[in-house]
Design a protein around this ligand. Structure first.
Ligand SMILES: C[S@@+](CC[C@H](N)C(=O)[O-])C[C@H]1O[C@@H](n2cnc3c(N)ncnc32)[C@H](O)[C@@H]1O
Ligand code: SF4
Ligand code: SF4
Length: 342
């Protein structure tokens, strides 16, 4: 994965540190639409929604001025459904290069031209969902032809050489046996890979959680192999501590002490603040402090270990250490010679 240049790294880390000590969010996830091109089995979005009240591109500048996150996720629904997405991104990015912007998308609507426009607008990283290393992805996502499209567009765009694409594999009971095959596919396509964990909280369905000891040993075995393949390089973007916590999450059925609302929060498509995408108590733009008092300080929910949480549920020294040593450009990059599966 491309390392963030030194100048930008310093600004992002400085903003993040300030936010940490002033109880402002490190990461904000803007859900720019509720509509979607897919109908995924593990998700509560899916298909068209009423988007008549969505924020306009210029509104995002106002949210940035109040919340000042150092990292922004642009998500949904399916964000590429917004025809004005590059304008949204331009309004989120400041002249100083902060925040670091991650576009989280299923790429059903991605083209080479659009990728370049979004980069030009300020997107730093493209996070692309991949549940299976073959056409089972279409069945799980309810969109025929999606895998074929990904297998064409992802390597094509990766060949441009920006090294800013990360496939995101959400581990469920349906695909737990595939973690190394999905990593192989990312390697074949010339991109990076990140693993996250299914949460039953979105749909209320526990079928895709890892419910049996057999599933847990498949996870253990698969992630042990993944850890060996990391070998100090950063093409697998998880930290070892995050993969270990993912195993703990599935084994124990939850991870307590969630800091949603404080360390990160969601801005809904119509502009409300929510602690996360699975807690629906809504607050106004200037009410983050109230959300922390009412929600975060009393939160007992332990029902997910999604990426945003897994990266931020850490102590401040651990967070700085992991990001400085593994992500930002303070350390020389390892050679990417260790992607082979065996
Ligand atoms: C909600 S989607 C929005 C962006 C885009 N539509 C996509 O699928 O990438 C963001 C991420 O959430 C993941 N996701 C969906 N349902 C989930 C669940 N129940 N638990 C954990 N992650 C989930 C998706 O796989 C995807 O990687
Ligand atoms: S996971 Fe993403 S692509 Fe799938 S239904 Fe949810 S929002 Fe849409
Ligand atoms: S554990 Fe935290 S981030 Fe996850 S669903 Fe519960 S409140 Fe939201």
């Amino acid at each position: 994965m491309r390392r963030v240049p030194l100048g930008e790294s310093i600004k992002i880390i400085a903003q993040g540190s300030l936010n940490w000590f002033t109880d402002r969010p490190i990461v904000v996830s803007f859900e720019v639409t509720d509509s979607c091109t897919c109908y995924c089995k593990h998700c509560d979005h899916g298909g068209p929604r009423d988007d008549s009240k969505v924020l306009k591109p210029a509104d995002y500048k106002k949210y940035m001025k109040v919340l000042h996150p150092c990292v922004v996720q642009v998500s949904g629904g399916e964000p590429l459904m917004r025809k004005d997405l590059d304008e949204i991104i331009r309004n989120i990015k400041s002249d100083s290069g902060v925040p670091y912007i991650i576009l989280v998308s299923n790429w059903s609507l991605m083209t080479e031209e659009r990728y370049l426009q979004l980069k030009q607008a300020g997107a730093d990283e493209f996070c692309v969902s991949l549940d299976f290393p073959d056409e089972r992805h279409d069945e799980f996502r309810g969109l025929p032809g999606l895998y074929r499209h990904l297998s064409q567009i992802v390597p094509k765009v990766a060949a441009l050489g920006y090294d800013d694409i990360v496939m995101n594999n959400c581990i469920t009971s349906a695909n737990v046996a595939e973690v190394n095959a999905v990593a192989d596919k990312a390697a074949e396509w010339g991109v990076n890979i990140n693993f996250s964990a299914y949460s039953p909280r979105r749909t209320g369905c526990r079928d895709y959680f890892l419910n049996t000891s057999e599933q847990l040993s498949v996870l253990n075995e698969g992630l042990s192999k993944i850890k060996k393949r990391m070998n100090g390089s950063h093409w697998i973007t998880n930290n070892v501590s995050t993969l270990d916590a993912t195993i703990r999450y599935f084994s124990s059925g939850g991870i307590p002490a969630c800091k949603a609302g404080l360390r990160w929060l969601v801005v809904t498509s119509d502009g409300a603040l929510q602690p996360c995408s699975m807690q629906f108590k809504r607050y106004g733009l200037h009410e983050q402090a109230r959300m922390v008092e009412e929600f975060t300080r009393n939160n007992t929910c332990d029902q997910c270990y999604v990426s945003i949480r897994s990266y931020l549920d850490k102590t401040f020294p651990q967070l700085v250490h992991e990001n400085v040593s593994e992500f930002f450009s303070f350390k020389p990059r390892m050679k990417d010679n260790c992607r082979a599966s065996s």
